[in-house]
Write a protein that binds this ligand. Structure first.
Ligand code: CMC
Length: 433
Protein backbone atom coordinates (compact mmCIF):
# COMPACT_ATOMS: atom_id res chain seq x y z
CA UNK A 1 0.00 0.00 0.00
CA UNK A 2 1.44 3.38 -0.95
CA UNK A 3 1.65 5.93 1.86
CA UNK A 4 1.42 9.69 1.53
CA UNK A 5 2.37 12.53 3.86
CA UNK A 6 0.16 15.58 4.21
CA UNK A 7 1.66 18.99 4.86
CA UNK A 8 -0.77 21.48 6.35
CA UNK A 9 -0.27 25.18 7.15
CA UNK A 10 -1.59 27.25 10.03
CA UNK A 11 -2.18 30.27 7.76
CA UNK A 12 -5.05 28.68 5.89
CA UNK A 13 -3.02 27.75 2.75
CA UNK A 14 -4.32 24.48 1.25
CA UNK A 15 -2.72 21.23 2.44
CA UNK A 16 -0.50 19.32 0.03
CA UNK A 17 0.25 15.62 -0.25
CA UNK A 18 3.58 13.97 -0.98
CA UNK A 19 4.43 10.34 -1.70
CA UNK A 20 6.36 8.45 0.96
CA UNK A 21 9.09 6.30 -0.57
CA UNK A 22 10.25 3.03 0.98
CA UNK A 23 13.81 1.78 0.77
CA UNK A 24 14.75 -1.88 1.25
CA UNK A 25 15.84 -1.00 4.80
CA UNK A 26 16.13 2.27 6.71
CA UNK A 27 13.73 5.13 7.32
CA UNK A 28 10.98 6.01 4.83
CA UNK A 29 11.58 9.16 2.80
CA UNK A 30 9.05 11.88 2.01
CA UNK A 31 9.44 12.83 -1.65
CA UNK A 32 9.24 16.65 -1.61
CA UNK A 33 10.52 17.25 -5.17
CA UNK A 34 7.29 19.03 -6.07
CA UNK A 35 7.06 21.13 -2.89
CA UNK A 36 8.20 24.39 -4.49
CA UNK A 37 6.00 23.92 -7.55
CA UNK A 38 2.99 23.17 -5.34
CA UNK A 39 3.54 25.74 -2.55
CA UNK A 40 6.24 28.24 -3.57
CA UNK A 41 8.13 27.22 -0.42
CA UNK A 42 11.49 25.55 0.20
CA UNK A 43 12.59 23.30 3.06
CA UNK A 44 15.37 24.38 5.46
CA UNK A 45 17.83 21.71 6.61
CA UNK A 46 21.40 22.94 7.17
CA UNK A 47 23.85 20.06 7.46
CA UNK A 48 21.28 17.70 5.84
CA UNK A 49 20.06 16.49 9.24
CA UNK A 50 16.85 15.06 7.72
CA UNK A 51 17.45 15.15 3.99
CA UNK A 52 18.14 12.20 1.67
CA UNK A 53 19.96 13.89 -1.22
CA UNK A 54 19.88 10.83 -3.50
CA UNK A 55 18.85 7.20 -3.82
CA UNK A 56 21.70 4.72 -3.43
CA UNK A 57 22.15 0.95 -3.37
CA UNK A 58 25.77 0.88 -2.23
CA UNK A 59 26.22 1.30 1.53
CA UNK A 60 23.76 1.21 4.40
CA UNK A 61 24.31 2.40 7.97
CA UNK A 62 21.98 1.82 10.89
CA UNK A 63 23.41 4.37 13.31
CA UNK A 64 21.34 3.24 16.31
CA UNK A 65 22.32 -0.42 15.93
CA UNK A 66 25.90 0.39 14.95
CA UNK A 67 25.51 -1.56 11.69
CA UNK A 68 27.37 -1.00 8.43
CA UNK A 69 26.61 -2.93 5.24
CA UNK A 70 28.49 -2.80 1.92
CA UNK A 71 26.01 -3.90 -0.77
CA UNK A 72 24.10 -5.77 1.96
CA UNK A 73 27.11 -7.57 3.48
CA UNK A 74 27.98 -6.77 7.13
CA UNK A 75 31.31 -4.98 7.48
CA UNK A 76 32.44 -7.60 10.02
CA UNK A 77 32.18 -10.33 7.34
CA UNK A 78 33.80 -8.22 4.62
CA UNK A 79 36.67 -7.22 6.91
CA UNK A 80 37.41 -10.79 7.96
CA UNK A 81 36.66 -12.73 4.74
CA UNK A 82 37.59 -10.42 1.87
CA UNK A 83 40.57 -8.31 0.88
CA UNK A 84 40.49 -4.68 -0.20
CA UNK A 85 40.37 -5.29 -3.96
CA UNK A 86 37.46 -7.73 -3.55
CA UNK A 87 35.76 -4.99 -1.54
CA UNK A 88 36.45 -2.52 -4.35
CA UNK A 89 34.93 -4.93 -6.88
CA UNK A 90 31.86 -5.34 -4.67
CA UNK A 91 31.35 -1.61 -4.19
CA UNK A 92 31.81 -0.87 -7.89
CA UNK A 93 29.83 -3.77 -9.32
CA UNK A 94 27.27 -4.69 -6.66
CA UNK A 95 28.36 -8.33 -6.25
CA UNK A 96 31.38 -10.10 -4.80
CA UNK A 97 33.66 -11.39 -7.56
CA UNK A 98 34.10 -15.05 -8.46
CA UNK A 99 37.70 -16.27 -8.37
CA UNK A 100 38.04 -15.59 -12.11
CA UNK A 101 36.48 -12.12 -11.87
CA UNK A 102 38.74 -11.27 -8.96
CA UNK A 103 41.87 -12.38 -10.80
CA UNK A 104 40.95 -10.26 -13.84
CA UNK A 105 40.16 -7.22 -11.66
CA UNK A 106 43.40 -7.54 -9.66
CA UNK A 107 45.36 -7.89 -12.91
CA UNK A 108 43.69 -4.80 -14.36
CA UNK A 109 44.31 -2.65 -11.26
CA UNK A 110 47.88 -3.94 -10.92
CA UNK A 111 48.69 -2.94 -14.50
CA UNK A 112 47.55 0.65 -13.94
CA UNK A 113 49.60 1.42 -10.82
CA UNK A 114 52.37 3.39 -12.55
CA UNK A 115 51.73 7.09 -13.01
CA UNK A 116 52.79 9.23 -15.95
CA UNK A 117 56.52 9.85 -15.48
CA UNK A 118 55.99 13.58 -15.86
CA UNK A 119 53.91 13.60 -12.67
CA UNK A 120 57.21 13.39 -10.80
CA UNK A 121 58.20 16.77 -12.23
CA UNK A 122 54.79 18.14 -11.35
CA UNK A 123 55.33 16.88 -7.78
CA UNK A 124 58.60 18.76 -7.56
CA UNK A 125 56.74 22.05 -7.85
CA UNK A 126 55.42 21.56 -4.30
CA UNK A 127 57.30 22.68 -1.22
CA UNK A 128 58.74 19.64 0.54
CA UNK A 129 57.15 20.68 3.83
CA UNK A 130 53.64 20.94 2.35
CA UNK A 131 50.93 18.91 4.06
CA UNK A 132 50.47 15.59 2.17
CA UNK A 133 46.75 16.36 1.74
CA UNK A 134 47.64 19.63 -0.01
CA UNK A 135 49.91 17.68 -2.35
CA UNK A 136 47.36 14.90 -2.87
CA UNK A 137 44.53 17.32 -3.68
CA UNK A 138 46.74 18.86 -6.36
CA UNK A 139 48.04 15.54 -7.71
CA UNK A 140 44.60 13.92 -8.00
CA UNK A 141 43.23 17.01 -9.72
CA UNK A 142 46.26 16.92 -12.04
CA UNK A 143 45.39 13.37 -13.16
CA UNK A 144 42.85 15.03 -15.46
CA UNK A 145 45.74 16.84 -17.13
CA UNK A 146 47.73 13.62 -17.60
CA UNK A 147 44.90 11.24 -18.56
CA UNK A 148 42.65 13.38 -20.73
CA UNK A 149 41.65 10.38 -22.83
CA UNK A 150 39.11 9.40 -20.13
CA UNK A 151 37.36 12.64 -19.20
CA UNK A 152 33.94 12.06 -20.76
CA UNK A 153 31.66 11.04 -17.89
CA UNK A 154 28.88 10.23 -20.33
CA UNK A 155 31.02 7.47 -21.84
CA UNK A 156 30.79 4.25 -19.72
CA UNK A 157 34.16 3.06 -21.05
CA UNK A 158 35.83 6.31 -19.92
CA UNK A 159 34.14 5.99 -16.52
CA UNK A 160 35.39 2.41 -16.16
CA UNK A 161 38.99 3.21 -17.09
CA UNK A 162 39.03 6.31 -14.86
CA UNK A 163 37.77 4.16 -11.96
CA UNK A 164 40.52 1.58 -12.42
CA UNK A 165 43.16 4.27 -12.85
CA UNK A 166 42.12 6.13 -9.71
CA UNK A 167 42.06 3.00 -7.52
CA UNK A 168 45.37 1.81 -8.97
CA UNK A 169 47.28 5.09 -8.89
CA UNK A 170 46.17 6.45 -5.54
CA UNK A 171 48.71 4.34 -3.53
CA UNK A 172 51.46 5.42 -5.92
CA UNK A 173 50.53 9.09 -5.49
CA UNK A 174 50.35 8.85 -1.69
CA UNK A 175 53.73 7.08 -1.55
CA UNK A 176 55.24 9.64 -3.95
CA UNK A 177 54.00 12.50 -1.74
CA UNK A 178 55.56 10.78 1.28
CA UNK A 179 58.91 10.03 -0.34
CA UNK A 180 59.10 13.59 -1.65
CA UNK A 181 58.45 15.00 1.82
CA UNK A 182 61.37 13.05 3.31
CA UNK A 183 63.71 13.60 0.41
CA UNK A 184 63.91 9.96 -0.72
CA UNK A 185 63.59 8.76 -4.32
CA UNK A 186 60.25 7.47 -5.47
CA UNK A 187 59.88 3.69 -5.50
CA UNK A 188 58.08 2.35 -8.58
CA UNK A 189 55.23 -0.14 -8.11
CA UNK A 190 56.00 -3.85 -8.35
CA UNK A 191 53.43 -6.04 -10.07
CA UNK A 192 54.06 -9.30 -8.21
CA UNK A 193 52.92 -7.82 -4.90
CA UNK A 194 49.37 -7.43 -3.63
CA UNK A 195 47.76 -3.99 -3.74
CA UNK A 196 48.50 -3.29 -0.08
CA UNK A 197 51.95 -4.93 0.07
CA UNK A 198 52.88 -2.91 -3.00
CA UNK A 199 51.83 0.29 -1.25
CA UNK A 200 53.87 -0.56 1.84
CA UNK A 201 56.90 -1.28 -0.32
CA UNK A 202 56.51 2.01 -2.20
CA UNK A 203 56.36 3.74 1.19
CA UNK A 204 59.18 2.00 3.00
CA UNK A 205 61.67 0.49 0.52
CA UNK A 206 64.61 2.51 -0.77
CA UNK A 207 66.75 1.81 -3.84
CA UNK A 208 69.44 0.53 -1.41
CA UNK A 209 67.21 -1.67 0.71
CA UNK A 210 64.32 -3.94 -0.24
CA UNK A 211 61.22 -3.91 1.97
CA UNK A 212 60.42 -7.20 3.69
CA UNK A 213 56.68 -7.78 3.51
CA UNK A 214 55.12 -8.76 6.85
CA UNK A 215 51.75 -10.45 6.25
CA UNK A 216 50.26 -9.40 9.60
CA UNK A 217 51.05 -5.75 8.93
CA UNK A 218 49.87 -5.92 5.32
CA UNK A 219 46.62 -7.48 6.48
CA UNK A 220 46.21 -4.71 9.09
CA UNK A 221 46.62 -1.96 6.52
CA UNK A 222 44.36 -3.81 4.11
CA UNK A 223 41.72 -3.83 6.85
CA UNK A 224 42.14 -0.09 7.34
CA UNK A 225 41.48 0.30 3.60
CA UNK A 226 38.39 -1.94 3.78
CA UNK A 227 36.93 -0.10 6.78
CA UNK A 228 37.35 3.27 5.07
CA UNK A 229 36.21 2.18 1.59
CA UNK A 230 32.72 3.70 1.69
CA UNK A 231 30.36 5.27 4.18
CA UNK A 232 27.27 6.34 2.22
CA UNK A 233 26.48 10.06 1.92
CA UNK A 234 29.19 11.55 4.19
CA UNK A 235 30.60 15.05 3.55
CA UNK A 236 33.31 14.09 1.04
CA UNK A 237 31.06 11.67 -0.87
CA UNK A 238 28.33 14.29 -1.07
CA UNK A 239 31.01 16.71 -2.30
CA UNK A 240 32.03 14.26 -5.04
CA UNK A 241 28.39 13.81 -6.06
CA UNK A 242 27.71 17.56 -6.10
CA UNK A 243 30.91 18.28 -7.98
CA UNK A 244 30.26 15.44 -10.45
CA UNK A 245 26.66 16.55 -10.99
CA UNK A 246 27.93 19.40 -13.16
CA UNK A 247 29.35 16.83 -15.60
CA UNK A 248 32.95 17.52 -14.62
CA UNK A 249 35.52 14.75 -15.17
CA UNK A 250 36.01 11.99 -12.55
CA UNK A 251 39.52 13.10 -11.52
CA UNK A 252 38.29 16.62 -10.77
CA UNK A 253 35.31 15.27 -8.80
CA UNK A 254 37.54 12.95 -6.73
CA UNK A 255 39.99 15.81 -6.07
CA UNK A 256 37.05 17.73 -4.58
CA UNK A 257 36.39 14.73 -2.32
CA UNK A 258 40.03 14.68 -1.20
CA UNK A 259 39.82 18.39 -0.34
CA UNK A 260 36.67 17.88 1.72
CA UNK A 261 38.05 14.84 3.51
CA UNK A 262 40.98 16.88 4.81
CA UNK A 263 38.85 18.69 7.44
CA UNK A 264 39.28 17.64 11.11
CA UNK A 265 35.57 16.93 11.54
CA UNK A 266 35.86 14.30 8.77
CA UNK A 267 38.96 12.46 7.52
CA UNK A 268 41.36 14.74 9.36
CA UNK A 269 40.09 13.29 12.65
CA UNK A 270 42.56 10.36 12.67
CA UNK A 271 45.49 12.77 12.55
CA UNK A 272 43.83 15.08 15.08
CA UNK A 273 43.17 12.09 17.35
CA UNK A 274 46.80 10.99 17.43
CA UNK A 275 47.96 14.57 17.99
CA UNK A 276 45.49 14.73 20.90
CA UNK A 277 46.79 11.44 22.40
CA UNK A 278 50.41 12.57 22.03
CA UNK A 279 49.69 15.89 23.72
CA UNK A 280 47.81 14.19 26.53
CA UNK A 281 50.64 11.72 26.99
CA UNK A 282 53.19 14.55 27.11
CA UNK A 283 51.04 16.41 29.66
CA UNK A 284 51.07 13.46 32.07
CA UNK A 285 49.05 10.68 30.40
CA UNK A 286 46.51 8.69 32.41
CA UNK A 287 47.07 10.91 35.47
CA UNK A 288 45.76 13.90 33.52
CA UNK A 289 42.75 12.12 32.03
CA UNK A 290 40.19 13.58 34.44
CA UNK A 291 41.38 17.12 33.73
CA UNK A 292 41.29 16.52 29.99
CA UNK A 293 37.77 15.07 30.04
CA UNK A 294 36.62 18.09 32.07
CA UNK A 295 38.03 20.38 29.36
CA UNK A 296 36.26 18.38 26.64
CA UNK A 297 32.95 18.76 28.51
CA UNK A 298 33.48 22.50 29.01
CA UNK A 299 31.56 24.20 26.19
CA UNK A 300 33.86 27.25 26.38
CA UNK A 301 37.03 25.21 25.74
CA UNK A 302 36.32 24.31 22.10
CA UNK A 303 38.11 21.01 22.76
CA UNK A 304 36.49 17.87 21.41
CA UNK A 305 37.43 14.30 22.15
CA UNK A 306 38.75 13.44 18.69
CA UNK A 307 37.78 9.99 17.44
CA UNK A 308 34.53 10.17 19.38
CA UNK A 309 31.06 10.96 18.10
CA UNK A 310 29.46 10.58 14.72
CA UNK A 311 26.60 12.18 12.84
CA UNK A 312 25.01 8.82 12.06
CA UNK A 313 26.32 6.32 14.65
CA UNK A 314 24.61 6.77 17.99
CA UNK A 315 26.17 3.49 19.11
CA UNK A 316 29.66 1.96 18.90
CA UNK A 317 30.98 2.46 15.34
CA UNK A 318 31.36 -1.16 14.07
CA UNK A 319 34.56 -0.10 12.29
CA UNK A 320 36.04 1.02 15.63
CA UNK A 321 35.54 -2.49 17.07
CA UNK A 322 37.39 -4.07 14.15
CA UNK A 323 40.10 -1.43 14.34
CA UNK A 324 40.60 -2.04 18.07
CA UNK A 325 41.08 -5.77 17.30
CA UNK A 326 43.61 -4.92 14.56
CA UNK A 327 45.39 -2.63 16.99
CA UNK A 328 45.94 -5.55 19.40
CA UNK A 329 47.20 -7.77 16.53
CA UNK A 330 49.65 -5.21 15.16
CA UNK A 331 51.08 -4.18 18.51
CA UNK A 332 51.41 -7.87 19.43
CA UNK A 333 53.18 -8.67 16.15
CA UNK A 334 55.60 -5.79 16.66
CA UNK A 335 56.15 -6.73 20.29
CA UNK A 336 54.93 -3.35 21.56
CA UNK A 337 51.74 -4.55 23.27
CA UNK A 338 52.50 -2.21 26.15
CA UNK A 339 52.52 0.83 23.89
CA UNK A 340 51.71 3.74 26.25
CA UNK A 341 49.60 5.56 23.69
CA UNK A 342 47.42 2.47 23.14
CA UNK A 343 47.01 2.07 26.88
CA UNK A 344 46.10 5.73 27.18
CA UNK A 345 43.55 5.39 24.36
CA UNK A 346 41.93 2.34 26.02
CA UNK A 347 41.73 4.17 29.33
CA UNK A 348 40.33 7.29 27.67
CA UNK A 349 37.70 5.16 25.95
CA UNK A 350 36.75 3.46 29.24
CA UNK A 351 36.44 6.75 31.11
CA UNK A 352 34.42 8.44 28.34
CA UNK A 353 32.04 5.50 27.93
CA UNK A 354 31.21 5.67 31.64
CA UNK A 355 30.77 9.47 31.70
CA UNK A 356 27.25 10.92 31.73
CA UNK A 357 28.20 13.64 29.20
CA UNK A 358 29.09 11.05 26.54
CA UNK A 359 26.30 8.64 27.49
CA UNK A 360 23.60 11.34 27.25
CA UNK A 361 24.85 12.48 23.81
CA UNK A 362 25.40 8.93 22.55
CA UNK A 363 29.06 9.64 21.81
CA UNK A 364 31.01 6.45 21.09
CA UNK A 365 34.46 5.80 19.59
CA UNK A 366 34.51 6.07 15.80
CA UNK A 367 36.89 4.40 13.36
CA UNK A 368 39.51 7.11 13.81
CA UNK A 369 39.97 6.51 17.50
CA UNK A 370 42.18 3.46 16.92
CA UNK A 371 43.24 3.77 13.27
CA UNK A 372 45.89 6.39 14.12
CA UNK A 373 47.55 4.09 16.64
CA UNK A 374 47.65 1.24 14.11
CA UNK A 375 49.06 3.48 11.40
CA UNK A 376 51.68 4.90 13.75
CA UNK A 377 52.74 1.35 14.64
CA UNK A 378 53.03 0.53 10.93
CA UNK A 379 55.48 3.42 10.59
CA UNK A 380 53.12 5.77 8.78
CA UNK A 381 53.73 9.38 9.82
CA UNK A 382 50.82 11.22 11.42
CA UNK A 383 50.58 13.82 8.65
CA UNK A 384 49.90 11.02 6.15
CA UNK A 385 46.91 9.44 7.97
CA UNK A 386 44.26 11.39 6.11
CA UNK A 387 45.94 10.62 2.79
CA UNK A 388 45.63 6.90 3.63
CA UNK A 389 41.92 7.48 4.30
CA UNK A 390 41.63 9.24 0.92
CA UNK A 391 43.37 6.32 -0.80
CA UNK A 392 40.84 3.90 0.69
CA UNK A 393 37.76 6.09 0.18
CA UNK A 394 38.55 6.65 -3.51
CA UNK A 395 36.64 3.50 -4.48
CA UNK A 396 33.58 4.63 -2.53
CA UNK A 397 33.68 8.05 -4.17
CA UNK A 398 33.91 6.49 -7.63
CA UNK A 399 31.15 3.95 -6.98
CA UNK A 400 28.87 6.74 -5.73
CA UNK A 401 29.80 9.06 -8.59
CA UNK A 402 29.12 6.39 -11.20
CA UNK A 403 25.85 5.44 -9.50
CA UNK A 404 24.75 9.07 -9.63
CA UNK A 405 25.72 9.49 -13.28
CA UNK A 406 23.70 6.39 -14.20
CA UNK A 407 20.62 7.55 -12.22
CA UNK A 408 17.83 8.82 -14.52
CA UNK A 409 16.77 11.24 -11.72
CA UNK A 410 20.26 12.81 -11.77
CA UNK A 411 20.27 16.63 -12.04
CA UNK A 412 22.89 19.22 -11.31
CA UNK A 413 22.92 19.68 -7.52
CA UNK A 414 21.59 23.13 -6.73
CA UNK A 415 20.40 23.75 -3.15
CA UNK A 416 18.17 26.75 -2.44
CA UNK A 417 18.44 29.19 0.47
CA UNK A 418 16.59 31.15 3.10
CA UNK A 419 17.72 34.68 2.25
CA UNK A 420 18.39 36.86 5.30
CA UNK A 421 20.28 39.74 3.68
CA UNK A 422 19.10 43.18 2.72
CA UNK A 423 15.89 43.66 0.74
CA UNK A 424 16.36 45.58 -2.57
CA UNK A 425 17.89 49.04 -2.09
CA UNK A 426 19.51 51.77 -4.20
CA UNK A 427 23.26 52.48 -4.60
CA UNK A 428 23.98 56.01 -3.44
CA UNK A 429 26.92 57.97 -4.91
CA UNK A 430 30.17 57.38 -2.98
CA UNK A 431 30.31 60.94 -1.60
CA UNK A 432 26.92 60.45 0.07
CA UNK A 433 27.63 57.08 1.81
N1 CMC B 1 33.73 15.56 22.01
C1 CMC B 1 32.95 16.28 22.86
N2 CMC B 1 31.67 16.60 22.61
C2 CMC B 1 31.15 16.18 21.45
C3 CMC B 1 31.89 15.43 20.52
C4 CMC B 1 33.22 15.12 20.83
N3 CMC B 1 34.00 14.41 19.99
N4 CMC B 1 31.12 15.15 19.44
C5 CMC B 1 29.94 15.71 19.70
N5 CMC B 1 29.94 16.33 20.91
C6 CMC B 1 28.81 16.99 21.57
C7 CMC B 1 28.55 18.38 20.97
O1 CMC B 1 29.26 19.37 21.67
C8 CMC B 1 27.06 18.48 21.14
O2 CMC B 1 26.80 18.77 22.50
P1 CMC B 1 25.55 19.72 22.91
O3 CMC B 1 24.32 18.96 22.48
O4 CMC B 1 25.69 19.89 24.37
O5 CMC B 1 25.74 21.01 22.14
C9 CMC B 1 26.56 17.06 20.90
O6 CMC B 1 27.64 16.21 21.26
C10 CMC B 1 26.16 16.79 19.44
O7 CMC B 1 27.28 17.12 18.62
P2 CMC B 1 27.17 17.75 17.16
O8 CMC B 1 28.43 18.51 16.86
O9 CMC B 1 25.88 18.50 17.03
O10 CMC B 1 27.07 16.45 16.30
P3 CMC B 1 27.36 16.31 14.76
O11 CMC B 1 26.59 15.15 14.27
O12 CMC B 1 27.16 17.61 14.07
O13 CMC B 1 28.95 16.00 14.72
C11 CMC B 1 31.05 14.94 14.55
C12 CMC B 1 29.51 14.78 14.44
C13 CMC B 1 31.73 13.68 14.06
C14 CMC B 1 31.52 16.11 13.64
C15 CMC B 1 31.41 15.22 16.03
O14 CMC B 1 30.99 14.16 16.85
C16 CMC B 1 32.91 15.49 16.21
O15 CMC B 1 33.37 16.63 16.02
N6 CMC B 1 33.70 14.42 16.58
C17 CMC B 1 35.13 14.58 16.70
C18 CMC B 1 35.75 14.50 15.33
C19 CMC B 1 35.78 13.09 14.80
O16 CMC B 1 36.18 12.15 15.48
N7 CMC B 1 35.39 12.93 13.52
C20 CMC B 1 35.46 11.64 12.83
C21 CMC B 1 34.14 11.15 12.36
S1 CMC B 1 34.26 9.45 11.82
C22 CMC B 1 35.26 9.52 10.43
C23 CMC B 1 34.56 10.13 9.27
O17 CMC B 1 33.51 9.59 8.85
O18 CMC B 1 35.07 11.11 8.74
Amino acid sequence: MSTTATLSFSDGSPSVEFPVLKGTIGPDVIDIKTLYAKTGKFTYDPGFMSTAACRSAITFIDGDKGELLYRGYPIEQIATQCDFLETCYLLLNGELPTAGEKAAFVDNVTHHTMVHEQMQFFLRGFRRDAHPMAVLTGMVGALSAFYHDTLDVNNPEHRHIAAIRLIAKMPTLVAMAYKYSIGQPMIYPKNDLSYTANFMRMMFATPCEEYKVNDVLVRALDRIFILHADHEQNASTSTVRLCGSSGTNPYAAIAAGVACLWGPAHGGANEACLVMLNELQAAGGVAKLGEFIAQVKDKNSNIRLMGFGHRVYKNYDPRAKLMRETCHEVLGELGVGNDPLFKLAMELERVALEDEYFIARKLYPNVDFYSGIVQRALGIPTALFTAIFALARTVGWIAQLNEMLADPDQKIGRPRQLFTGSAPRQVSPIAQR
